[in-house]
Design a protein around this ligand. Structure first.
Ligand SMILES: Cc1cc2nc3c(=O)[nH]c(=O)nc-3n(C[C@H](O)[C@H](O)[C@H](O)COP(=O)(O)OP(=O)(O)OC[C@H]3O[C@@H](n4cnc5c(N)ncnc54)[C@H](O)[C@@H]3O)c2cc1C
Length: 436
């Protein structure tokens, strides 16, 4: 069922209320950095094997990209779809620069991952008994499962319950500043942001699930009192001696909102284009197949703007039109409000009826393609240090398909939790250990 407009509201209106306290010299078996999807999946798996699982996150539990994800997750669960098609689409989008072993794991684990999410209470939209599957750029067939157009929010509501029930010790507003490998364990330097106190923790294994690089224009609020910035996962890994690949390689989302100004930097979900919204230049002519891969759509938009076939706002921003009114014209009145209720309502509240007015869009820095090198067991090049999710390199190559990140974080987050727990069982923090 497509959720009715009135029923679509945040599944997480209340913060889950985790701990903000920490004690010096806290010892854990597995320490997870980040409370997004990768961190939660890892914490769950690790906690099935070991008791002392700690999750640190620099903001509130829900302050993650995962909680903001809109469109959905890919899995080849449709009758005519196959894992090999999903694999081929992913490699083609990534221009074969992907690590094919990781892509094999990603695509062959997709269906199980959907089952696992459902076991945690996630409910994907259905049409009758079957999943509702949507198209997106670069997909050879519709393969996106969603929870309305607030998929990340709905999934994280269940993740919050899950890690609470698992007894994971979640510490919010705790920024990890450095990871220092010691003889037989890791020392981890942490700053609690609400009182400015510093702590040194010890752990047998670490999972970096800290998301991607944050572009400079989005880093406001991440400064530390001395003017430095909270490190991202790639910086933490590199400083600990792990290999990081292509740290500056970013993916751009083709349809970042330019107007209304207050929604600038927010992407219009790609499934909106799949539902029939064409991209038009200032001459109101289509100029690109709106459902090709993100990189190609971005290049076409930039080219139109360079050729002067774009719209310039009062404050000098350029953009092209996303023809959202075409959706209801093609699919029937009410389709937009039914299929994209959160986006429709958010725009309407700002006086912009997307069923009547076009949306001005331009590419937006969206996703870190570069990241920490991992192997099939999510091991980094430092023993005992694991990584999963957007912080890593390899799954997506040079361009990521929509829906493959949510899949990536749960597939590899779970593997990281299992592997880190096995490692910690074999190599616990030595009793009476001291830092070098
Ligand atoms: C608006 C939007 C819509 C999207 N829609 C989709 C979609 O429909 N489908 C899809 O597949 N992908 C989508 N994506 C991409 C996807 O959401 C992310 O790539 C993915 O959720 C990343 O998950 P993660 O667990 O790796 O990291 P995140 O969810 O970003 O979590 C990282 C965590 O690490 C913490 N952290 C970072 N540094 C530190 C530190 N030094 N100390 C302590 N904690 C730290 C952060 O606070 C956060 O809790 C979307 C992204 C955005 C922004």
């Amino acid at each position: 069922m497509i959720p009715a407009l009135s029923r679509v509201q945040s599944a997480l209106s209340e913060p889950p209320g985790f701990n903000r306290h920490i004690e010096n010299a806290l010892v854990s078996d597995v320490l997870i950095i980040g409370s997004g999807g990768a961190g939660c999946a890892a914490a769950h798996e690790a906690s099935q094997r070991l008791g002392r699982v700690v999750m640190l996150t620099r903001g509130g539990f829900l302050e993650s990209k995962t909680a903001r994800a809109q469109g959905g997750i890919q899995a080849a669960v449709g009758d005519a779809d196959t894992t090999s098609r999903h694999f081929a689409d992913t490699m083609a989008a990534g221009e074969n620069a992907n690590d094919s072993e990781l892509v094999q794991i990603l695509t062959s684990s997709a269906s199980n991952t959907i089952d696992w999410l459902e076991q945690q209470g996630v409910r994907f939209d259905r049409e009758g008994a079957d999943y509702r599957l949507q198209a997106a750029g670069g997909l050879s067939m519709p393969r996106i499962l969603s929870c309305g157009d607030v998929s990340g929010n709905r999934i994280m509501a269940q993740m919050a319950e899950m890690v609470k029930n698992d007894g994971v010790r979640v510490v919010e507003h705790a920024a990890v500043l450095s990871i220092r490998p010691q003889r037989g364990f890791f020392a981890v330097d942490v700053l609690t942001l609400q009182d400015g106190a510093g702590y040194s923790l010890r752990t047998a294994a670490i999972i970096i699930a800290a998301g991607g690089v944050i572009p400079s224009e989005k880093r406001a609020g991440l400064e530390l009192p001395g003017g430095e910035q909270i490190p991202d996962g790639l910086q933490l890994a590199a400083a600990a001696g792990a290999e990081v690949v292509n740290p500056d390689l970013m993916q751009y989302h083709p349809t970042g909102i330019v107007l209304p100004k207050s929604l600038r930097r927010k992407p219009v979900p790609e499934v909106v284009r799949a539902a029939g919204a064409e991209l038009l230049n200032s001459e109101m002519k289509p100029f690109v197949d709106a459902l090709t891969t993100r990189r190609k759509v971005c290049d076409a938009i930039v080219n139109e703007c360079q050729q002067g076939r774009c719209v310039t706002t009062e404050d000098g921003r350029k953009g092209v039109w996303l023809d959202t009114p075409a959706i209801d014209q093609k699919q029937g009145a009410g389709h937009t409000a039914q299929s994209f209720p959160a986006f429709y309502r958010e725009m309407l509240e700002l006086g912009h009826d997307i069923t009547r007015q076009l949306v001005l869009v331009y590419p937006l820095a969206h996703y870190s393609l570069g990241g920490i090198r991992i192997d099939a067991n999510t091991r980094t090049t430092v023993r005992g240090l694991f990584a999963a999710g957007e912080a890593t390199w390899g799954v997506h190559g040079k361009d990521r398909l929509m829906g493959n990140s949510l899949l990536d974080i749960f597939v590899f987050g779970r593997i990281a939790g299992q592997q880190a727990a096995c490692y910690a069982e074999k190599h616990p923090v030595p009793a009476g250990s001291t830092e070098r």
